[in-house]
Design a protein around this ligand. Structure first.
Ligand code: AGP
Length: 612
């Protein structure tokens, strides 16, 4: 998830672009750039890191002195090609006439790149995006919109793009959308384009939201919206009545709530290009040599906090589906316990930020002992990614809230894909079984959407419990780590004491805590251990404990036993941990809001813990 902007008008263009990018920085901030066409002369500025650095670069050269000023800009969240100046957008063609800033993923970029190179095009970057300006160059016959439309016919994937050209004196921006958002801001004698409203609000509240397949041809005195056939569409502008700050959160009160609601999109992006039309799994090419994976005898997964909980769920998925023994370690313990590593060991480091010192140190320890390293990471170019032999990126986009939500859900999705890929390679599952699992994965975004649409009941539940001071979370099997995760979410944002336990562990101690003041959250989807879990519900009820159950739709039995029940859609046993997590995220969120905690920046915590 990146941010793109475009401006054409009489203002000092670089100021408008930089200001817009700053307001989109929550979408990605590992590198950035602008391309300005000033009296037909293209000027490019790019830099690694935050917009401030780019702004300083531009200020030192004072680029524009022409009348009509046109330009595009980009703030990056890398997916293909590590964050570097050369890989930052906008990207150009061989002749330096066409410039493109892109938010999204071009899935068939390797095929297009090889085709264009065979036609003589010279590539300068590692990115997927660079194929776009070269395609436009290949199809350009005097009409920029036509060349963009033709180029996009060759593209598979998602995009929100803005394009400018020195051809025709740069009196035009062409914008196109298929998937990621793109908004046109209407001005008088000037017009704007951006990935999101915050970049436009200082200048206009009159906007047109582009729909999938639409192209906008924007000049300083006109905006034409066209459909995929090139026909003009009448699309009256809407008026936005948000503050810029509200807009960054897209109207949500906190980044955490926004990120919880982004999970369906985050999963779709993490599945994108990794499952085939025939419901097979295709992450193999990202995981390094197939023969190595097929020969792995021992898997060790390390992580901290929420990433450790993901690792614990991953153990269930990989052992059950691929029949490889998996050890899971708290990274800060792993590196000091002289772990047994063999040449047939694969060590997986899970980290949203890719910068967590404990996890990096554990991966380094494993490397020194001769293990191969795979990281499951959300930040392209982070240390974890750089020190690994292979990386399976989660495409959650930037996670601003300290409490990890969408990154966790995409980690579970990536681990499910990894387990299925290993099962496919090691032939531990028949093809039709793999395909069944893939179909179940495809349904997850809609199932999560359903839970989110019915989340008012969880907010009401939080109103009943926000004043309690202790909580127990119980889960069995693959949902046991989810109980730990639910407790962690509540602890870290509401500062309430909460413990997650394997439900079977209860009677070996924690049951002593049960009384009428102890709410117990029980994860009880209809799975192979359901009956056992119901036994634990009984144990709590007979001691006057309060049971809040997360259960499968249609399960009346638990509805009669538990004091409160939150239902999730019926799903397969490997999808359940993804779905049971959502109500726990929302429950913790609403309780923290009611306790007036700083939900996005909780006390004593940092988004990335870079010290041991
Ligand atoms: C989770 O909400 C916390 N922010 C924290 O436990 C986090 O999961 C842990 O610090 C690991 O971070 P990482 O995934 O970036 O390595």
């Amino acid at each position: 998830m990146c941010g793109v902007v475009g401006y054409i008008g009489n203002r000092e263009v670089s100021g408008v672009l930089v200001d817009g990018l700053k307001r989109l920085e929550y979408r990605g901030y590992d590198s950035c750039g602008v391309a300005i066409i000033d009296e037909g002369q293209p000027k490019i500025f790019r830099s690694v890191g935050r917009i401030g650095t780019l702004e300083e670069k531009i200020r030192q050269t004072n680029p524009t002195n022409g009348s009509v000023k046109c330009g595009i800009g980009h703030t990056r969240w890398a997916t293909h090609g590590r964050p570097s100046e050369i890989n930052s957008h906008p990207h150009r063609d061989c002749t330096g006439r066409f410039y493109v800033a892109h938010n999204g993923i071009i899935e068939n970029y390797l095929y297009l790149k090889h085709r264009l190179m065979a036609e003589g095009h010279v590539f300068a970057t590692e990115t997927d995006t660079e194929v776009l300006p070269h395609l436009i160059e290949a199809y350009y016959e005097g009409d920029l919109e036509g060349a963009v439309r033709r180029a996009l016919e060759d593209v598979e994937g998602v995009y929100g793009i803005v394009v400018v050209s020195s051809e025709g004196d740069g009196r035009q921006i062409v914008a196109a959308r298929n998937g990621p958002p793109l908004v046109v801001g209407m001005g008088s004698g000037e017009n704007f384009v951006a990935s999101d409203v915050p970049a436009l609000l200082p200048y206009t509240r009159s906007v047109v939201f582009l729909q999938d397949g639409q192209i906008a041809v924007v000049s300083s005195d006109s905006v034409q919206i066209k459909n995929s056939q090139g026909e003009c569409m009448r699309q009256p502008p809407e008026t936005i009545n948000w503050t810029a700050e509200m807009a960054e959160k897209e109207g949500y009160a906190h980044f955490m709530l926004k990120e919880i609601h982004e999970q369906p999109r985050a999963i779709r992006d993490t599945l994108r290009g990794r499952i085939g039309a025939d419901d097979t799994v295709t992450v193999g090419r990202e995981l390094g040599k197939a023969d190595f994976l097929a020969g792995v005898e021992r898997l060790q997964i390390v992580g901290m906090g929420t990433s450790l909980h993901a690792a614990q769920v991953g153990k269930f998925m990989i052992e059950s589906l691929a029949r490889v023994p998996v050890e899971v370690d708290n990274a800060s313990e792993f590196r000091y316990r002289d772990p047994i590593i063999t040449p047939k060991s694969l060590v997986i480091g899970i980290s949203q930020s890719g910068e967590t010192a404990d996890t990096l140190a554990a991966m380094k320890e494993a490397r020194e002992k001769g293990a191969r390293l795979l990281s499951i990471c959300n930040v392209v170019g982070s240390q974890a990614a750089r020190q690994s032999d292979a990386v399976l990126y989660t495409h959650a986009g930037p996670e601003i809230g300290v409490a990890s939500t969408k990154a966790f859900i995409t980690q579970l999705t990536a681990l499910y894909l990894l387990a299925l890929e290993l099962a496919q390679l090691r032939r531990t599952l028949p093809q039709h079984e793999i395909q069944r699992h893939v179909r179940e994965l495809r349904d997850v975004p809609d199932q999560i959407r359903k839970i989110l649409d019915g989340s008012q009941s969880i907010a009401q539940l939080a109103e009943r419990f926000w004043q309690y001071s202790d909580f127990l979370y119980l889960g069995r099997g693959i949902n046991c780590p989810i109980a730990m995760e639910g407790a962690l979410k509540l602890k870290e944002i509401s500062y309430i004491h909460a413990e997650g336990y394997a439900a079977g562990e209860m009677k070996h101690g924690p049951i002593a805590l049960i009384d009428a003041e102890m709410p117990v959250v029980v994860l009880a989807p209809r799975d192979t251990v359901y009956r056992k879990t119901m036994g634990n519900v009984e144990e709590v009820k007979v001691r006057d404990g309060i049971v809040i159950a997360v259960a499968t739709e249609g399960d009346c039995e638990i509805g009669q036993k538990a004091d409160h029940t939150v239902y999730i859609p019926e799903a397969g046993s490997f999808v359940n941990p993804i779905l049971t997590t959502i109500p726990l995220q929302l429950f913790a969120y609403h309780i923290a809001v009611l306790r007036e905690c700083d939900v996005d920046k909780p006390r004593n915590l940092a988004k990335s813990v870079t010290v041991e």
